[in-house]
Write a protein that binds this ligand. Structure first.
Ligand code: GLA
Length: 633
């Protein structure tokens, strides 16, 4: 079976004459899957309960005739204007208490009964209409779940969720430390979502609300999924996560509920930074998928984040795509097929740009389609072996985004990205694991600033080291319990014994400090006392900055500051994690094939020999500047 190739197809934005041309050009590009209808609720149901499926029937028939399969979307991310006018109480309320108006997208409250009802109604209508359509390949529920609402209906649902989580009010008061600032709740009805308030809000309340939002949206997804499964038990149901500078949902939990893990990825960096972020994202998503194949549901043919949109350089579209495929994506999908001429994202690049098919981008899109046809889809089993795991936990990330922390510069994502980037440059294959996972199979586990950790996970990390593992923990890890309460007696409370240290004070840095041999330290420093560990690097004042503790059969390293990439790489090298790779040259091994990509502008040597599946040419251990090959092994 070939890899999936295509993108979001929004024919409702175009006159019908364009649709046939779309199919012809898709065929030219090798497109075999398109996502249809993501934002078409108002076109499908122009007034309550009245459906106009005719246009979608014609679109799907045209695609089916062209041999193109459909990832059919349930359009619930963008309720029609008639819906929000009829149900103003189903519109999003921000934490400042502002009720938003329709006019963009994602403006709904997932806890509003009217929204849930309308959403299931349109899901059922679509499911019943298209259950037997030959083009239907998968269901795409909603789009990038992630809109929190702070209205009273969300408040009621939040309280129900809190009762289940905490049991009684006493337990909640204790978990939230409401004794501080006299926030003690004597009745459930007093509890609201975290809304605009006079000064710092309660961090435990803020964190519980984020957990609730993820679960509330998951409940909505499940309802839609179950309905679709009932109608079409054979058709996989997915939803597209968004992977960028934020995470609104707990992806580990969600990934247990979808039939196919799918993600949208838009790097914020360009050039080499984009290649690094792409590798990071794809390794992370594969990990959410339990190591099995997943799907890149959206990316762009250009750079869309940041202050300027710019095209990707020649070759980058293919290289980014193959980075995903190398790490287990079952295909390459874009937002969107045809660049829009109007509307909010009229400047967003497409596979078919405003210029039309006579364009560099479309030629690269066609070449990529041809290349992908030659690469078989990986079987449904773990795709890539990684010896090193990086701990990833969205709850811990949310907690460091909370209020009142000792430094506003602690950045969990940046710490996780650095850990991955440094390994990537060394050519060390990495994956991600939740702190509660069984880690015993990994040679090393890296722990980026994991502020919050449960007792159970902390015990797991200790057992991992005692069992012979190498643990590298970065500053501000293991500080708080799952209710954001500080673990006492010296930081980092949960990991003190494992690391063989005791931290007495934190000293966030306003300026850069040079560490002999370990480069520049920024953001953070600590007064570290050795309690079994030895100092490997010291601050200019003499205090330990990097420590090593031998425990049982393993070793636990601690990095008490934010090192630059060079310094962090040195720690990893000391810990036995130097891979000897060339920065910018990646070699990813799947069971029966190896992908080699050269993100640099120079010719490079790679340990790969054989015949390239894409070109059919021999590969003799070298790659052209910007080149890539896929070689069976
Ligand atoms: C997301 C959405 C798309 C589109 C792109 C733009 O991924 O799912 O609808 O808005 O972003 O980059």
């Amino acid at each position: 079976m070939p890899l999936w190739y295509g993108g979001d197809h929004n024919p409702e934005q175009w006159p019908e004459e364009v649709w046939a041309e779309d199919v012809a050009l898709m065929r030219r590009a090798g497109v075999n899957l398109v996502t249809v209808g993501v934002f078409s609720w108002s076109r499908l149901e122009p007034s309550e309960g009245r459906y106009t499926f005719g246009w979608l029937d014609r679109v799907l028939d045209l695609l089916a005739d062209g041999g193109i399969r459909v990832d059919l979307a349930v359009p619930t991310a963008s309720p029609p204007p008639w819906f929000s006018l009829a149900h103003p109480d189903a519109l999003t309320v921000t934490r400042d208490g502002v009720r938003l108006t329709h006019g963009s997208r994602d403006t709904y409250c997932v806890s509003a009964p009217a929204y849930r009802e309308a959403s299931l109604r349109v899901t059922r209508a679509l499911g019943e209409r298209y259950r037997d359509h030959p083009a239907l390949a998968m269901w795409h529920v909603h789009n990038e779940y992630g809109t929190p609402c702070h209205c009273d209906q969300a408040g009621a649902a939040f309280r129900t969720w809190l009762r289940e989580r905490h049991g009684g009010l006493d337990a909640l008061n204790d978990a939230w430390t409401t004794a501080f600032w006299g926030q003690h709740y004597s009745d459930w009805a007093q509890i609201t979502p975290p809304r605009a308030t006079q000064y710092l809000p309660n961090p435990a309340q803020a964190l519980d609300f984020r957990r609730f939002v993820s679960e509330e949206m998951l409940a909505h997804f499940r309802e839609q999924r179950d309905l679709l499964r009932e109608l079409t038990p054979e058709v996989p149901v997915t939803t597209n996560y968004v992977l960028a500078g934020w995470a609104s949902i707990d992806h580990w939990k969600w990934s247990r509920e979808v039939d196919l893990v799918a993600v949208d990825h838009y790097p914020s960096g360009q050039g080499m930074a984009a290649a690094e972020q792409t590798a990071f994202a794809a390794d992370l998503v594969r990990s959410w998928a339990g190591g099995r194949p997943w799907l890149l549901m959206e990316q762009a043919t250009g750079y869309v984040l940041g202050p300027r949109m710019s095209p990707k350089e020649p070759g980058e579209i293919a290289r980014h795509s193959l980075q995903h495929v190398a790490r287990g994506s079952k295909g390459v999908m874009f937002f969107q097929w045809r660049a829009s001429r109007g509307g909010a994202e009229q400047w967003h690049p497409g596979m078919l740009p405003h210029t039309g098919p006579d364009s560099r981008v479309f030629r690269e899109v066609c070449d990529l389609g041809e290349a992908l046809e030659r690469i078989p889809t990986p079987p449904d089993e773990p795709v890539v072996e990684a010896e090193v795991a990086i701990l990833w936990d969205e709850e811990a990330w949310w907690a460091v985004q909370g209020p009142g922390l000792p430094s506003a510069e602690i950045d969990y994502l940046a710490a996780a990205e650095q850990a991955h980037r440094v390994l990537w440059r060394q050519g060390v294959a990495a994956c991600f694991a939740h702190p509660s996972h069984d880690l015993s199979a990994y040679r090393a586990v890296l722990v980026p600033s994991l502020y919050l950790i449960s007792d159970e996970a902390a015990r797991g990390l200790r057992a991992y080291v005692e069992g012979g593992g190498t643990l590298v923990v970065s500053f501000f890890s293991g500080i708080a319990d799952e209710h954001t309460r500080i673990r006492l007696g010296g930081y980092p409370g949960a990991l003190r014994e494992t690391l063989g240290i005791r931290v007495e004070e934190f000293h966030p840095l306003a300026e850069t400090v040079e560490l002999p041999e370990y480069g520049r330290a920024t953001v953070w420093s600590e007064i570290v006392h050795l309690d079994g560990a030895e100092a490997i690097a010291r601050y200019p004042g003499g205090g330990p900055a990097v420590t090593r503790h031998r425990l049982g059969g393993g070793t636990a390293w601690y990095v008490s500051t934010r090192l630059d990439d060079r310094g962090y790489a040195r720690v990893l090298a000391h810990a036995g994690l130097a891979g000897g790779g060339v920065p910018g040259v990646e070699v990813v091994r799947q069971r029966d094939r190896v992908f080699a990509l050269n993100h640099t502008g120079d010719e490079q040597h790679v340990p790969v020999h054989g015949t390239d599946l894409i070109t059919g040419k021999p590969v003799g251990g070298r790659l052209d500047p910007g080149g890539y090959v896929v070689v069976p092994v």
